[in-house]
Design a protein around this ligand. Structure first.
Ligand SMILES: Cc1cc2nc3c(=O)[nH]c(=O)nc-3n(C[C@H](O)[C@H](O)[C@H](O)COP(=O)(O)OP(=O)(O)OC[C@H]3O[C@@H](n4cnc5c(N)ncnc54)[C@H](O)[C@@H]3O)c2cc1C
Length: 285
């Protein structure tokens, strides 16, 4: 069990009004929003555990779960990276700096930052899965001396889908070994081509018994990443996945996000692999 308790707002329905203070276009259909609470409610301290999420609310359209993607040490707003998928995210994409929306949270469990202390960390991200992992990267960098070796393997369909490319040099400077791979090579790409698991399989872990694997991305990628981790000798209790399910209440009440006995909104999204594994391999759950 992750030792990190969910840090739910005392009233899960409380919706802050936030203003888009800044927005950055990342890749095709993906943008990062800097949201600042403007309703004067002092309960928003912008505190969260890497891996947690907020519900973004577009009045008259709906709500959707979006992970924090910013530095947890930063206290000047909520940072979210959003890909256009359906109604809510399409409407959000039409907003501009200065526009307002609703936000409630934070919700869910986070990456097990306390359990990672003193250990090596293998981070495996696929596509937009890098967004909920970026706060963890920042956390590891902010407390670099507390952790052993850190690898980040990041994959995307093409190089244009690799999120936050301008930051990789800074991550590497903080002794994080960043390896990139793409499914399909496009003009100008001369790095790895292939799935992330091929790169995991090539790793020589100096101390697998002291290594944690944390992964976020398409479910099939996480399944195979976990299997590769197990082959390298990482214990099933040291593998962590972030699950995605359709969410409505985000507070463990409505059951929309239930997977087996787990409510992904409150027992997850970050779950230890041994806990979620039986349900990951059941099709159409
Ligand atoms: C914990 C968590 C964290 C997340 N973090 C992020 C994040 O950081 N960034 C991000 O961009 N996304 C994130 N997501 C995903 C995001 O919540 C979804 O993409 C969300 O559904 C978008 O809402 P929407 O209204 O725009 O799209 P929706 O209308 O919900 O549509 C989403 C997709 O599902 C399809 N769809 C919708 N309804 C149906 C249906 N009835 N049958 C079949 N297909 C359907 C749509 O065509 C579309 O492709 C996260 C999800 C979870 C659970």
């Amino acid at each position: 069990m992750t030792s990190i308790p969910p840090t739910l707002h005392e009233n899960p329905w409380f919706t802050h009004t936030v203003r888009i203070a800044d927005l950055i276009d990342e890749t095709e259909g993906v943008a990062t929003y800097h949201l600042v609470v403007i309703d004067g409610n002092s309960s928003s301290t912008y505190e969260f555990v890497p891996g947690q999420f907020n519900m973004l609310y577009l009045p008259g359209v709906g709500e959707c779960a979006i992970s924090m993607s910013g530095d947890p040490a930063r206290k000047d707003g909520w940072i979210h990276t959003v890909r256009v998928a359906g109604n809510v995210t399409k409407t959000l994409a039409r907003l501009e700096r200065g526009d307002t929306l609703g936000l409630r949270g934070p919700f869910g469990t986070g990456w097990p930052v306390a359990e990672l202390v003193g250990n090596d960390v293998l981070i495996v991200a696929g596509g937009l899965g890098m967004a909920p992992l970026r706060p963890l990267v920042y956390h590891l960098m902010n407390h670099r001396e507390q952790f052993g070796k850190i690898w980040l393997i990041l994959g995307a369909r093409t190089s244009e889908g690799l999120l936050y490319p301008t930051e990789y040099a800074a991550w590497q400077k903080r002794d994080i070994e960043v390896t990139l791979t793409v499914d399909r090579s496009t003009a100008g790409w001369n790095g790895h081509v292939g799935v992330v698991t091929q790169l995991i399989d090539r790793l020589q872990l100096p101390r697998p018994e002291r290594t944690h694997l944390v992964t976020c991305g398409p479910e099939v990628m996480m399944k195979y990443a976990a299997m590769s981790g197990l082959r390298l000798g990482i214990d099933t209790r040291r593998i962590w996945v972030s699950m995605e399910r359709n969410m409505q209440c985000a507070a463990g009440l409505c059951g929309h996000c239930q997977l087996g006995p787990e409510f992904i909104c409150k027992d997850g999204p970050v779950l230890r692999y041994d806990r979620i594994r039986p349900y990951l391999f059941v099709e159409q759950l």
